[in-house]
Design a protein. Structure first.
Ligand code: HEM
Lengths: 124, 131
């Protein structure tokens, strides 16, 4: 007998297990990338100093493009997968669930494509 | 609708301890940041249309109200969600730590205050000296 419930209940399926694992791996990645991104853009550069020019210059470096690509993919997929769980919790009718999640997946596809497009193709 | 009201009532009156508050704030912050990020990916995509279009959009980011929203919404939310997320990861990957979750939560809040107050103060003061 355990006095408290286990910290980790058994996952419902293989997919949920991978999803659970992905959320935690992306959490560690995002902790470094997203916090650095916020502190750098808002404290070091400052919101008022950010212009087209500044970002164009930043994307002269392949390293920054890679950094932004990682932020895009990990940030959005982590958020979207989190939203999937939240929607599962609050939307019960099957039809609505499918409908709202379909919107989530379409928006996810569109945003990843738009974001990756500009990161890869931007030229001054 | 009725069910939503009942649920809200239950959520507010449920006597969970730190864990429940931690989880509720984590969820609210996660959803909030998600909504912001949708707009943010799109606005960065507008880099494709050149400086005139992109800099016109920045007018939005430079609004007084929007800056307040960033400091007291986005920045606060990300910082909380990030620290709480790390606490979740520690407890999940290292189940022995579950025993200390209440202490971890207080440590987490301490780190949050130490990190947020000075950096938010710098951001706020910049808003007023116009740099
Ligand atoms: C900054 C670093 C971040 C860390 C360390 C982090 C950590 C986590 C962790 C560990 C979870 C899983 C919670 C669970 O399974 O119970 C989670 C959930 C979630 N995260 Fe993040 N996250 C971060 C950034 C973000 C960002 C940028 C977004 C928005 C795009 C986001 C949105 C969400 C959402 C919507 C959930 C689901 C919340 C829920 O089920 O209650 N997170 N986060």
């Amino acid at each position: 007998m355990q006095a408290t419930s286990p910290a980790r209940p058994r996952p419902a399926s293989n997919f949920e297990l991978y999803s659970w694992f992905f959320m935690r791996i992306s959490a560690i990645v995002l902790f470094v990338l997203a916090v650095f991104h916020l502190v750098y853009m808002h404290l070091v550069i400052g919101l008022d100093a950010i212009t087209f020019e500044v970002i164009a210059e930043r994307w002269q470096s392949a390293g920054w493009r890679l950094f932004d690509l990682f932020l895009l993919v990990f940030g959005w997929i982590h958020g979207a997968n989190g939203m999937r769980v939240v929607l599962d919790d609050y939307i019960h009718p099957q039809g609505w669930k499918v409908f709202v999640k379909s919107i989530l997946y379409v928006v996810t596809f569109v945003l990843i494509v738009l974001g990756a497009y500009i990161i890869f193709t931007f030229r001054m | 609708m009725m069910a939503a009201i009942t649920n809200l009532f239950r959520a507010v009156t449920y006597r969970g301890q730190e864990g429940q508050i931690a989880w509720m704030l984590h969820r609210i912050a996660g959803v909030g940041v998600f909504v912001f990020l949708a707009g943010h990916i799109f606005d960065i995509f507008l880099m494709a249309f050149g400086p005139d279009v992109f800099d016109a959009l920045l007018f939005f980011y430079h609004q007084f109200f929007f800056k307040l929203l960033i400091i007291f919404g986005l920045y606060l939310g990300v910082l909380y969600h990030a620290l709480n997320g790390i606490r979740i990861v520690i407890i999940d990957f290292w189940p022995g730590m579950a025993k200390y979750q209440a202490r971890l939560w207080r440590i987490q809040l301490g780190i949050f205050v130490l990190a947020y107050i000075p950096s938010a103060t710098i951001m706020l003061s910049r808003m007023f000296d116009g740099s």
